[in-house]
Design a binder for this molecule. Sequence first.
Ligand SMILES: *Cc1c(COP(=O)(O)O)cnc(C)c1O
Length: 418
Amino acid sequence: MNTADTFAQYVLPTYGRFPIVPVKGRGTYLWDDQGKKYLDFCTGIAVCSIGHCHPALTAAIQKQAGELLHVSNLFQIPQQAELAKVIVENHVKIPGKVFFSNSGAEANDGLIKMARRFGHKNRQANGEARYEVITFSQSFHGRTLGSMAATAQAKIHEGFDPLLPGFRYSLFNDLTALASAISPITAAILLEPIQGEGGVYSATPEFLQGIVALAKKHDLLVLFDEVQAGFGRCGDSMAWRTICPEIEPDGISWAKGMGGGFPIGSFWVNDRLIDDTTPLSSLMNPGSHGSTYGGNPLACAASLAVLEVIETEKLSQHAQEMEALIRKEFATWDHSIFDDLRGAGLLLGFGIKANSIPAVEGKTPAQVIVGEFIKHGLLTVPAGPNTVRILPPLTVTAAEIHEALTIIRTTLDTLTHA
Ligand SMILES: *Cc1c(COP(=O)(O)O)cnc(C)c1O
């Protein structure tokens, strides 16, 4: 039985999978079981942030695997304490505390629970708890019952109602809509500063500043989902700082790139006081939340190695330089298919012009184009129906960027003249 047939018989068909069986990766390249080589600008959806099999990550995993894989969070885990310190001191740079999960959806569930604790502490005028979290159109926050309900996309909810209550959706980058969505039960505002899966849309500086002003006025938490955009991906350690560096959020979630391929997620909570004596970070007190695996020695050793490479190799800065290279070349193209380029750093999305390629039954334009790139040896990812997302590793070289852009351009030329 080949891999595709084994999948069909034994694995739940929750994913539409491309017909590739990857077996080996090095740096920006991936090889399939037929020996075909691909330039990997998908990187497991922004996960393999320092490329495949970076020697520092491989060595850290091997070393820790030979010492101690797992102990319970009932005990002190030095790698977890060290990783939390690195995240707070070197990346967030605002006093606060971190919780470790295994994925992005779990990290967002933690933020949502924290928002509810906050709403129980700082209540409505009538004494009842606040609990509603406002999220935005095209958002993506994950697939658990909590993070799915936070996600404002009908296709993610289909067939799963009743959804977890306590969310209200507003329009992204629309402050007037947000102001009218806020009510006495609102406790928090949660957003991706740069939306990934929903189509690569960046929040405007005015939108972020307006959110902070409304949050202050109504005593709401400002929560950022940086699961995809965080840790160097967008050209700064924290994605929101590429838009509006002076903002101080109350909570942030991460996963994807922080483990470089080893599963780990986390969320950070600000130490700021929410009344005369209570730090926000004290609301998640002993017994309030937990995870058996979250932050185990192996996961934290892997993440420490990834964050160290991102810092020592100055990969945020490098992501900015590679973005500039891509934008410069894109400006010289014929824009009959890809008509705009959105996002920041190495979380970039090419917008597909309406009716610019022949329609294929059952596939979005983005899926059709991603499929064509695969034939030419380049892996990318759709983001919504009309955007092709590129997510190269942060270690990508200028030569590899050039190679990818050449494949993109020749493939688009073939499609234009088909
Ligand atoms: C991928 C993603 C998630 C979900 O992360 P999982 O690890 O798949 O649970 C949440 N938010 C954003 C912005 C994401 O890109």
